[in-house]
Design a protein around this ligand. Sequence first.
Ligand SMILES: Nc1ncnc2c1ncn2[C@@H]1O[C@H](COP(=O)(O)OP(=O)(O)OP(=O)(O)O)[C@@H](O)[C@H]1O
Length: 576
Amino acid sequence: MKIYMRYFTKYKYWFFIAVSCVALEALCDLLGPTLMSHIINDGIELGMIQNVYLWGGRMIFAAALGAVFAVSRNIIASKVSQSFGADLRYDLFSKILNFRQGSADKIDSGSLIIRMTNDVTQLTQFVNGTMRIFFKAPLTCIGSIILASILNLRLSIIIYLVVIIVGLLLYLGMRLSYPRFGKLQAAMDRLNTVIEEYLMGVRLIKAFGTYSDEASRFEDDNTNLMKKGVHAQIVITFISPILTLVVGLGSAAALLAGSRLFTLGLTQPGQISAFIVYMAQILSSLLMITNIFNTFVKTKASVSRITEILNCEDDFKNSENNSDAVISGMVEFNNVTFSYPGGSGVPAIKNLSFYVPAGKSLAVIGPTGSGKSTLAWLLLRLYDPDKNSSIMFDGKDIKKLDIETVRKSVALVPQKAMLFSGTVLDNITWGNPKAEKAQVEAAIRTSGADFIYEMENGIDTYLGSGGVNISGGQKQRISIARGLIKNSPILVLDDATSALDTLTETKVRDNLLSEDNKSTVILITQRCSTAMFADNILVLSDGERVGFGTHDELLEECSIYREIFDSQIGSITEGV
Ligand SMILES: Nc1ncnc2c1ncn2[C@@H]1O[C@H](COP(=O)(O)OP(=O)(O)OP(=O)(O)O)[C@@H](O)[C@H]1O
């Protein structure tokens, strides 16, 4: 709740104005039946038309004032709730951008989208409802009981009975419907996640021809949602007519008792009419309270999902000591062990030590799952390794460097090229929008992305989201150019040339490993043909270092490297 206080604080004045409007509006509503009783008793019954005008005028004034307050609180409630929703979405987005990676791994992207849209909307509606009716319902209910009691204490016994019965029925309804609404919410989440997954995998579904399987699975979830919806509504559906019946019976009883009291001279027709109206007001306010509680149940689930995001750990903070350190590119791993938070507990990297001088290249090779990408994430300090482990840039522990310095020092070209909607140029200069034309051209040359000049609009060609309109190898080359443009002292390519044809890969590799490239290059790869040209090669297996040296040294000393080499190249050379 504490996290939400700052939103309340930001809008507290508007909140109080809205709530005051609601209170005044309820007061105007409450005055209506009493004024009406005066019209009947003092005007119609006595045949005094001036009293009808007088009390009628007061009644119209109270109704008009009530309408003004209602419009005001509606306007304020909409503005405040929408602004609150926008603030919350922005804060969630900032939080997600600034997640510590270990937290981000725990919540999948589909769920994040649902939380940022559906859940925030649910909360926004709740805030809006709170400001519009939350205070009105109890005020109207209590006010009606008090005013009815003032009008005629004897008759009001009927109201007390009706309120007790209606209250019990509502309590029963809520007890029964709470868990059902919880299940409805869960079914809705499930369907949303399923839709998200289907949309992401639409090409795969077509490729595998699993359309009808997926459609029938969707149908199951959809039907489940429908059933849960019916299940949740059914209690309310039964209880609502019973409530109306109880209030109807109460009104009839009030009329009967009222006419009896009238014959005894203990009440007047105006009081009886006012009584009936108060009873209706009590019913509608109790129904309003039920709606508020129903919304509250749904909102509670949304709040807990939003809170989970807001409570996630933030990314690492900047260090106070080395804020403007300049890194030349020397990389050192000292006894690094790391297990993914929330993972299986088996370390992805174990006791790993190696050293790369600035400006030199290191290829990292090993079977799938051997920890190669993890090494790249650790270099970027997306995660911290275990105690007694250290990763150094230029002899400085990266934990003691500014996180910005660490991230600026490493240009990562990820395994899966990630392109955004925009032009090729936008994508290339994404990490360094101020890059000069010559820099862009050099990066395009080095990454072998020259193909873009042959495209219809060249470097200004528009790419769809995720680069849907170009091939996998083309995406990789643009992604490499982007890495180069960042101009960082350490360049990490995580299997970033896997989709390139052999000729292009050779050209790109030669460019990256040439003397002209002054960065330290860490080349994560599955291919010996790429690794063998690096200054040194690190061989990983199950997260452990099983070899380190030049290609020739490893062929001599490292059986795993020899196996990889033989399986990829050795057999070809033997055959020749
Ligand atoms: N986010 C994660 N949470 C938990 N475990 C993970 C996570 N990412 C990777 N792992 C595990 O860590 C180990 C190393 O994974 P990593 O991605 O570093 O391997 P890799 O050598 O890059 O594999 P590949 O060549 O297939 O890309 C694997 O056992 C993997 O299952």
